[in-house]
Design a binder for this molecule. Structure first.
Ligand SMILES: Cc1ncc(C[n+]2csc(CCOP(=O)(O)OP(=O)(O)O)c2C)c(N)n1
Ligand SMILES: [Mg+2]
Length: 353
């Protein structure tokens, strides 16, 4: 098995980049759910590219693309139970889609028309988008500790990046969750960069190995292998549901695009590196395997693309036509008894001062 192109331990892998099988490809999913993995990844990529274009057209203010990370996001999200709670960072649109979050509502955040996207976190089991790096890991640990106290058999999953794994919040959350045996999955998408800082410049060790020091299992997985990601996340979720505590997953992947639409990645990395990772494309790898093993045929692949195109066109049209939520909401949901200064501010903002 090939080592991580960035060095270190070889990740757990089921499919090689060319789609050949090197692990047990029976991950326990029936054929229609295997096909769903491709359907989600194709939709996610189309939507991600459309969002980049929407930002360039002035319809979104800023957008953090996730191209290249579709398998890490879809494979892990599909492994969750319906009641499990997701604590995302700001790059998990594909996870949100799989969880049934309305994309137009989600994108209100990037449109600058609302704080966290006005989707309902309780109904969707997806917490609001979280920009302060790694704070969502603490939220997830606290929530998971609460689940344990409630005797719940569900779990929480925190999504974060390689850079966020260097924040104190990661370490505090990992330690607390371990001591309290909280049902938590720590899902690190190591996409090679924290903005312009390569992983090698912000951590001297391997992220997955840190779990041992906290007293729970850590696993490194090929984040561009959707079957492998599904397998390790399903195992981690099963451990959490069974009361066996946290698991740390480091999914090795790569951010093909810029950090956000406000970033020029050519200033800190070579196009040849990006090209090398394009060769490891998660969607192509999985499609090749699905077709070669008769889990899908060309007609299905074509239908996937057509469905995605239609759905993305709908999302784009609905987003562009959508109105921002009323400004009064910002004030209406802040205080039960608004102080006088706040009431003045409200009146000023609403133009009836
Ligand atoms: C507390 C805090 N410090 C700094 C930033 C600025 N910032 C935004 S994203 C980012 C890097 C995050 O890198 P990583 O965790 O690897 O996630 P990725 O962006 O690669 O998905 C930084 C430093 C921030 N949002 N919050
Ligand atoms: Mg990163």
């Amino acid at each position: 098995m090939a080592a991580d192109p960035r060095g270190g331990a070889a990740p757990f892998r089921i499919l090689e980049p060319d789609g050949t099988v090197v692990g047990d490809a029976d991950v326990g999913l029936p054929p229609e759910r295997l096909r769903d993995l491709l359907r989600w990844m194709v939709l996610a990529r189309r939507l991600d590219r459309a969002c980049m274009a929407l930002q360039r057209q002035g319809e979104l203010t800023v957008y953090p693309p996730f191209e290249g990370q579709e398998a890490a996001q879809v494979g892990s999200a599909v492994a969750l139970g319906p009641e499990d709670f997701v604590f995302p960072s700001f790059r998990e649109l594909a996870v949100a889609l799989v969880r049934g979050v309305d994309a137009v509502q989600y994108l209100h955040y990037h449109r600058g028309t609302w704080h966290g996207g006005p989707y309902d976190p309780r109904a969707t089991r997806v917490a609001p988008i979280c920009v302060p790096t790694a704070t969502q890991i603490s939220h997830a640990a606290g929530y998971a500790m609460g689940l344990r106290k409630d005797g719940s058999s569900t779990c929480a999953i925190a999504y974060f990046g390689d850079g966020s794994a260097s924040e104190g919040d990661f370490h505090e959350a990992a330690n607390l969750a371990a001591v309290f045996r909280a049902p938590l999955v720590l899902f690190c998408q190591n996409n090679g960069f924290a903005i312009s800082v390569p992983t090698s410049a912000q951590t001297a060790g391997e992220i997955w190995r840190r779990a041992e020091g906290y007293g729970f299992p850590g696993v490194r997985v090929d984040g561009n292998d959707v079957l492998a990601v599904y397998r390790v996340t399903a195992d981690a979720v099963a451990r959490a549901h069974a009361g066996d505590g946290p698991t740390l997953i480091e999914a090795l992947t790569y951010r093909i695009g810029p950090h956000t639409t406000a970033d020029d990645a050519s200033r800190y990395r070579d196009e040849s590196e990006v090209e090398r990772w394009r060769e490891l494309d998660p969607i192509e790898r999985y499609r090749t395997w699905l077709l070669a093993n008769d889990h899908a045929d060309d007609a299905f692949v074509e239908a996937c693309e057509e469905e995605a195109e239609t759905e993305v066109a709908r999302i784009r049209a609905d987003l562009v036509a959508s109105k921002p939520p009323p400004t009064s909401w910002m004030f209406d949901w802040t205080y039960a008894d608004p102080p006088a200064a706040f009431a003045r501010e409200r009146a000023g903002a609403l133009g009836d001062a």
